[in-house]
Design a protein around this ligand. Structure first.
Ligand code: FE2
Length: 359
């Protein structure tokens, strides 16, 4: 099934107005569009933010008797929609339903003075859904029902360019069924697998399979917990999110050193690996274009696959519950992922987990 890329990511949050301020101030997103009582939507508000190709929607309900309020009560802030940009939303729906997808939104056409958007949607793991968005005949800022959001407060972008991948945490023994869903229903391939020996520490473990669509523009790794002496990070997520959901959204930059420096100065907290991570790193990953010093000062990790290397770093969770976080990634030839960073990263995550009393 042809996918052009990620269209938007929608979070259900407790207070969309304040979340929007955070994503503008801390992550450099720009105001794009708005829907709410002023535009005729009576039961919720949505702020649409943009940075280069990334669109982020923050939505909150306006009363307690609303499905979004139920979602937020159960999960806290979290991702509801991973929207995919398609050439034909009606065809995407028909194909995926025919192959066993569960309907979330029947195909519909929304129109206004700027043209039409066609969309449809299916369920995936947990309460997350994929919405297929077809926008080739639309010229407005976002989609019908939204008005341009003009703001006098416009912090500068930090160089985030596009959504690189979105990772899902699923329950015990649920990774393979969801891998099969992405293969059978969505036409994805499993491009890489990590077993519990690849990703384990003294205490806990997880397993992960990376699913990719045909052109590689959409990647959905799926994690499940694995047996260990203590509770793994995936279990901590499942306990606090009260179910399966999106663990992290990875966003790409073309200059990770500048982007991370900027994000840190704006108050974004990152996970830190032990400084000895950098002692023999170049023996493992080979030559890199960047100086090691700024990478080690900022805590940026380095890994490689057969085609090149990549630089990545993970934020701490961005809400009160230890659930969703962001990854900042810069690809230098690598199109997939390496296996080298997982152990260091996992140990850093466990240190945080122990501080919360959840290990
Ligand atoms: Fe990632």
């Amino acid at each position: 099934m042809p996918l052009v890329g990620t269209d938007y990511v929608e979070l259900y949050v407790g207070n969309a107005k304040q979340s929007a301020h955070y994503y503008k101030t801390a992550f450099g997103f720009q105001s794009l569009a708005y829907a709410g009582p002023e535009t005729g939507v009576r039961d919720r508000v949505s702020y649409v933010l943009m940075q280069d190709k990334i669109r982020l929607i923050l939505t909150s309900p306006l009363n307690s008797d609303h499905p979004i309020a139920e979602h937020h009560k159960k999960h806290g802030d979290g991702v509801k929609v991973l929207a995919l940009w398609v050439d034909d939303a009606y065809d995407a729906y028909e194909q995926t339903i025919q192959r066993g997808g569960k309907s979330y939104m029947e195909p519909q056409t929304l129109t206004d003075d700027h043209g039409e958007i066609r969309m449809s949607g299916i369920h995936t793991y947990g309460e997350v859904v994929h919405i297929f968005v077809e926008r080739k005949n639309y010229r407005g800022v976002f989609m019908p029902g939204f008005v341009p959001w003009k703001s006098d407060y416009n912090p500068s972008p930090v160089g985030l360019k596009y959504v690189d991948h979105c990772v899902g945490n699923v329950g015990w023994n649920q990774m393979n069924p969801w891998v099969k869903f992405y293969e059978d229903v969505m036409g994805f391939r499993n491009i890489l697998s990590f077993d519990d020996k690849d990703i384990s520490t003294e205490y806990s473990a997880l397993m992960s399979k990376v699913m990719s669509n045909g052109n590689g523009y959409v990647k959905f790794p799926i994690n499940e917990p694995a047996e260990g002496k203590k509770r793994s990070q995936v279990e901590e997520y499942l306990d606090f999110y009260e179910g399966e959901g999106v663990q992290h959204i990875a966003v790409a930059t073309s200059n990770i050193i500048e982007t991370v420096r900027d994000l840190q100065s704006r108050g974004v907290d990152f996970l830190r690996v032990p400084q000895n991570y950098y002692d023999h790193i170049l023996d493992r990953v080979g030559h890199i274009d960047e100086d090691l010093k700024p990478l080690s000062e900022l805590g940026i990790l380095i890994d490689r696959d057969d085609e090149g290397y990549l630089l990545q770093i993970f934020t701490k969770p961005v809400e009160d519950r230890p659930t969703m976080f962001f990854e900042i990634i810069q690809r230098k030839g690598a199109k997939s992922f390496g296996k080298g960073n997982f152990k260091a990263l996992f140990e850093a995550l466990e240190q945080e987990q122990a501080l919360r009393g959840n290990l």
